[in-house]
Design a protein around this ligand. Structure first.
Ligand code: ATP
Length: 238
């Protein structure tokens, strides 16, 4: 299989503090790959570096055959890498439709954009029902759906999702996880950062466990789900 994303010995620092200490992993086309780990493990830092918001201090990133070091964030989006950030970052005063349109800022195929907005409404019907309302009136889970819908509007080759289940009710979380599975079944490649290890590993092809800036364990989703150390540390088992 060809790697869509290849990360080798990636290092990222905030001043003197090294938050990512030489991690390596790959994401093949069509896969869902998850990074799990506790708070502060460096998962968000990794995604922010991949999308060009932070500069790596070392290592190599290759995306769809392009080296990403030094490439500005908007060019990385143009290459096909979209990021649905932690905390959502939707525009609360703009309508739901306007938020989705912003996700297509690099495109000018009006008809294609309209089709993809409709696709977002099909994926998340609540967004369609409330399309003319300010996005700030949506619940947390609905805002998460909007953030995912917006990231999909750039028609990414790789969709990166940072903690999509954060702060959501179990029902909303279930819905988000089902949507991720649905996106995978239509061929979308996904890099998923999650604190909810059970949910993430249940649908991931591969997973990597991060602890204080390092990948300490890698395997298939099912392998990690059944791994004793993972079960103890992340799935709350004795
Ligand atoms: P979380 O789930 O809490 O976001 P995470 O695994 O995504 O955890 P990061 O947010 O990447 O972890 O943080 C990794 C380390 O980098 C932590 O020690 C954190 O305190 C530190 N860090 C993150 N952002 C900054 C920043 N802007 N300045 C300084 N240190 C930071």
């Amino acid at each position: 299989m060809t790697a869509l994303l290849e990360v080798e010995d990636l290092r990222v620092s905030y001043g003197k503090i090294e938050a990512v200490k030489g991690i390596s992993f790959r994401v093949d086309e069509g896969q869902v790959v998850t990074l799990i780990g506790t708070n502060g493990a460096g998962k968000t830092t990794t995604l922010r570096t991949l999308s060009g918001l932070l500069k790596p201090t070392g290592g190599r990133i290759s995306f769809d055959g392009h080296p990403l070091a030094g490439v500005p964030a908007h060019k990385i989006v143009a290459l096909g890498l979209a990021h649905s950030p932690e905390g959502r970052h939707i525009f609360p005063r703009l309508t739901i439709t306007e938020n989705l349109q912003l996700g297509a800022f690099l495109r000018n195929d009006k008809e294609g954009i309209a089709r993809d907005i409709q696709r977002a409404y099909d994926l998340f019907p609540i967004l369609g029902e409330r399309r003319k309302q300010a996005a700030g009136t949506l619940s947390g889970g609905e805002q998460q759906m909007l953030a995912m819908g917006r990231a999909l509007m750039s028609r990414p080759k790789l969709l990166m999702l940072d903690e999509p289940s954060m702060g959501l009710s179990p029902i909303m979380m279930q819905k988000i996880m089902e949507t991720i599975a649905e996106l995978r079944s239509t061929g979308t490649t996904i890099l998923l950062v999650e604190q909810n290890a059970q949910a993430a590993l249940s649908l991931a092809d591969r997973g990597h466990v991060m602890e204080i800036g390092k990948v300490v364990l890698s395997g298939t989703g099912p392998d990690l789900l059944h791994d004793e150390s993972v079960r103890k540390a992340y799935l709350g088992e004795d």
